[in-house]
Every structure is written in C-alpha cells, then in structure tokens.
Ligand binder design. Sequence first.
Ligand code: TYD
Ligand code: MG
Length: 458
Amino acid sequence: MAKAKTIFFCSNCGASAPKWLGKCPQCGEWNTYQEELIQKETTGEERRKSWAAPGKSEGPRAILLKQIETGTTIRLATPDEELNRVLGGGIVPGSLVLIGGQPGIGKSTLLLQVAMQLPAKILYVSGEESEEQIKMRADRIGIFKSECYILTETNSSKMLSMAQDLQPQLLIVDSIQTLSSPHIESTPGSISQVRECAGELLRFAKETNIPVFLIGHINKEGEIAGPKLLEHIVDCVLQFEGDRHNTYRILRTLKNRFGSTDEMGIYQMQSAGLREVSNPSELLLSQKDEELSGSAVAATMEGMRPMLIEAQALVSKAVFGTPQRSATGFDMRRLSMLLAVLEKRCGYFFSINDVFLNIAGGIRVDDPAIDLSIVAALISSLLDVSIPSNICFAGEVGLSGEIRAVNRVEQRIQEADRLGFKAIYVSKYGMKGVDPGRFGIRVMTLGKVEELKNLLFT
Ligand code: TYD
Ligand code: MG
C-alpha cells in the first residue's frame, strides 16, 4: 500500500512545497499555501526504470518537423458568431477551452445555449444542477437544434467513460470545481483535484479529438482553485465578465493557442438567454436627445472590431478637503496622468474639484485611443460647455500633451462615418497614406491637446 503523503500547494500559481510557506517563492503571493493529501504511487527507482530501458520497437518516436503533415483543420463553427470570433474562427477539434467567470455571470447559460443550437451531437455534463434545472433553463432559452445529451455526474472517470461510449462532437463540463477524480483523495475543487481532472480531460480531448469546454469559477478570496492554475494546462482561456447590474456581458480571450487574444464578444443577458450584440456601437452610445456637458465619444478598437464608446466625466467642486477621483471602466492612474497633463499644458485646474469618470455600457476599455475623448469630456465638464454629439475622437495623449497616432485609424474613421458622425478628431501624425477626402465625415487633425481647447471650447 502506497503511503499517504501531504503536500502544500500555492492556490495562486500551483507551486508546491513539502511544508507550509507564508509567502510563495514563485509568485510572491502571501498566505496562499494549502495542505493537500496525495497518494504516492511510484518510487524513484520505478520511475527511473520506466524510461531507462525502453523497447527498441515500441515507445514514442520523434519525427522531423518538416515531415509532419497538416490536414486542413476544420473548425467547428458554432451558430454564435461572437463565440466563433473569440475562439479565432470556431472550435478546434481536440482543444480544451476554459471559460472562467464569477458565479452568476452566465457561463452555464452561454454553454447550454451553444449545446442547444450547434447542430451536432453534444454531451453536457453538469455537476452543479439537476436535470430538471437544466431543462428549465433550456426552456427559457428556446429552440433545440442539436442532439444534446445531459449527464449529471461528478466522478471524472465515469463521466469520461460515458463520453467515450457516446462519442459526442463536443463535450461541455460544468464545472471543473465539482469534478473529482477517484485516483486522488482530496475533496472536489481542491488544487490537486482540479489539476488532475483537467489533466484527464486534456488527455481525453487529445486522444479522441473531441473538443472540450470547461467551466471554471473564480472567486475573490481565491479559495477555490481558479483558472490561474489551469491556464497552463488548457489551450484557450476565455473570461466571461460584466457588471451584474448591467445586462451586457463580455467574453474575452486571455490565452488562445489557435488565434488572437485581442478579440472580444459582446452579449446581452435577456429573459430568454444571451443575445449576441453584433453591432455594439449603437448600444454603447448612451441614448439621449439633448447635448450635455461632460460627454465625448471615442472611436476605439477591440481586436479587429471598431467600436464607438461614450466617455462621461463629471467635474464638480469638492465638498471636503481632499478631492475625489473615481473611474469606472478606465484605469485610475491613467486618469490622474491625463488630469496632470491638462493642468500643466493647458492651464485647466482640477485640484479643487472632484472628478468622476464613467465609460458608458459598463465596458472596460484598454485601447489608448480613448484618451482624447476623456480629455475632451473632462474639459467639457469643467467649463460646462457641451461637445456636439456628432463629433468623435481617436487619439492617445502623451505626457507632454502631444496627441499620438493610433493604430487602424482608417477603420475607426469608417465606423464613425457609417454611424453618421459629422467630424472625427485624430492625431495629425497618424494620417500618413490616408486620404481624408475619401470619407464623407470631416477628419480634423490635431498635434497637441491645447489645439482642442481652441477648436472646441472657445
Ligand atoms: P448562470 O448561467 O447560471 O451563471 P453561472 O453559470 O455563471 O453561475 O446565469 C445566472 C444568471 O443569468 C441568473 O442570475 C439569471 C440570469 N438569466 C437570465 O437573465 N436569462 C436567462 O434566460 C437565463 C437562463 C438566466
Ligand atoms: Mg453555472
């Protein structure tokens, strides 16, 4: 009988140590080590033998890279265009995809929807909900187009043998935290269990060429082993995020071995499941009739897709000593930087004011091209002068107040034109090789933030 042994794992990065450590030497996090029971299976000697004397004829063989034949991989395109985009053009056979997100964000709904609408044979394994609960959810979502089997099981071996018998075209597992492997003694959701089950699923996917979708919860305390630990194992990590009080949900790629990580998919949670938002600009611009001060529209890019988003700023007299700074959907430090540029270069003083910044639609924007619209919104609110609603901006603001060029400026201009904007303000440095006369929209070029002041606020 092998001896039971315990090992300490870091719940953040998965590093292991024979004793408890306060600080993880690998990732530097504090208080993340947890004890886990593992079954010691083989001795060092047995392991050494396993590779020291291989049979000449059997065993794996290395092949020359140039001799490997690539059949054109046919991706399984889902009816969900947003998901296809995020995956890089459909599901790759034999891939293991992890979808992470906070509880209640809509992960189960998203995958059940795929399971119902992809015209193929699908096995949906749930360790979280009963068959009736899943059926009730399916009834809310609506039409069945697939041959979808439901299995409620938490034992990974039983689940995989069922999948082996059924030979589905897609296996969905909800969730990795509820699975447990009979080969390991620790409780479901523990780090070694999560790692073992993910390993088994990876082997299954690679051996059978059946793609596997895996749901993983993340929680703020980091108690349950989250997708961080699994990121190395899986081929693709998607994150489903959004504000629970808002109906928009965003599916982002954090890692993708088969495509770009810049893409994102946008959904709206409705009473009958998630609806794809294929034209986000129209929704992300807040709907209002009158022009108010403090709002400016930015022509941003998310991956390959241009998107017009509204930045809203509110600058008001601070009531208490220290003025407040608050930003939703935008980096706070970048906001402080932009405020400093405005003070130093344009003579607008915000130090006695509270500044609130909000990106409409509950979306987080990383594209630096949004800077110019934020600067415009801040000045507009400070002076209480509105910006015409048919104007938009695309430019990065540098520390000396210069407006820097942004990528794909043509696509941004085109999108603004298509949505009926009359003018777009861009950096004068980014217009090389672009003919502004070819667009219906007026293209205004700027070199410095000060010029914005003269053009819009005098
Ligand atoms: P769920 O998919 O269960 O979240 P997760 O698996 O990420 O924990 O989604 C739960 C939320 O979605 C719940 O608050 C109800 C809401 N919802 C809708 O608004 N419409 C629907 O059609 C469905 C099925 C769920
Ligand atoms: Mg769920």
